[in-house]
Design a protein around this ligand. Structure first.
Ligand SMILES: O=P(O)(O)O[C@H]1O[C@H](CO)[C@@H](O)[C@H]1O
Length: 319
């Protein structure tokens, strides 16, 4: 399949000058002027010509966790490169496909590869596919990521249910919702000031604990800290995160979950602890991405089984 597009993938400053400039010039505002309601609609329309079944569950696959999409049956794979205006994943361990199909009885869409701010994308660009998946019909978002273990009680290979997050870019004035709050998304017109106190669905969290118990998997639960990257953290930064109540750290997820809360997704977040974080100045170990991918791939099966069963639960409890 090949679809020619003359877009520059909506990277940062490709604002359409014909659009009114009632928003500021913050890079995220510019992105939101590029990914207008019409453009999101165009992307959704393009996908709907290829995929006629409406997905109920949207899944974002973290570093090394793209194998989840291989569990999907009756697959339709839509490369990001074929979708008008869609960015590309540039990071090892992230492919660049939307994978549609059946997972344990429900129709799903998997992002096999996500976008990170350190790749040069704004947080708004990184997160905008969440809106696309919502407009395609999904009501539940399962977000997965690789993360460093900030909590000293965590071990490499642990799976942490994300109960909340610390969104550092947001605290520094960098939120994917900066810019015009377009109320034409009539199915999910998020408010100008969206609440995010319950961005991670409590009932889903409890259900996932039950699923894990059945599999004899002991889940951790904690607060995910979203930082900008691409540097891994200094020892002082890790110590700060501990003081602030952080349990795991990564460079993704928080902007996606922010947009998901805005457009009415119910969200489950799972972080796979791929490495310990630096704790003292005598430690010689430093995290490396190769280890992150290796551990993700090693533990992927376990995570996939949990998600597979969780989707089965959603199927049985749909209203
Ligand atoms: O969050 P995901 O995409 O799983 O990846 C994590 O792993 C990479 C660092 O090794 C960073 O991209 C970090 O965010």
């Amino acid at each position: 399949m090949s679809h020619q597009t003359n877009s520059s993938a909506g990277l940062t400053g490709t604002a359409d000058s014909s659009l009114s400039s009632s928003v500021g010039e913050h890079p995220n505002a510019i992105t939101n002027r590029f990914y207008t309601y019409e453009r999101v609609e165009e992307i959704v329309g393009f996908i709907q010509k290829l995929v006629t079944t409406k997905p109920e569950i949207a899944i974002i696959c973290g570093s090394g966790l793209g194998g989840l999409a291989e569990l999907v049956t009756d697959k339709i794979v839509v490369p990001y490169a074929d979708i008008p205006h869609f960015p590309r994943s540039t990071v090892v361990g992230h492919r660049s496909n939307l994978v549609f199909g059946n997972l344990n009885g429900l129709y799903v869409v998997c992002m096999q590869g996500r976008f990170h701010p350190y790749e040069g994308y704004t947080t708004a660009t990184c997160a905008f596919p969440v809106r696309v998946m919502r407009m395609l019909g999904a009501h539940t978002l399962i977000v997965t990521c690789a993360a460093g273990g900030v909590n000293k009680g965590f071990s490499v290979g642990d799976i942490m249910l994300i109960k909340d997050h610390l969104n550092f870019p947001n605290l520094a004035g960098n939120n994917p919702l900066i810019g015009h709050n377009d109320e034409r998304y009539h199915l999910f017109p998020g408010p100008r000031f969206p609440p995010v106190g319950h961005a991670y669905d409590r009932a889903y969290l409890l259900k996932m604990k039950e699923v894990a118990k059945k599999h004899n998997v002991e889940l951790r639960e904690g607060v995910y800290c979203g930082l900008g990257g691409p540097c891994y953290e200094t020892i002082a930064e890790i110590n700060m995160l501990r003081i602030l109540g952080g349990d795991a750290v990564g460079m993704s997820t928080v902007h996606e979950v922010t947009l998901a809360a805005h457009c009415g997704f119910r969200t489950l977040g799972l972080a796979l602890i791929t490495n310990k974080c630096l704790s003292d100045y005598n430690t010689t170990y430093e995290p490396v991405h190769e280890d992150v991918i290796r551990i993700s791939e090693l533990k992927a099966n376990e995570l996939q089984q949990l998600i597979f069963d969780f989707v089965g639960f959603i199927k049985d409890h749909r209203t």
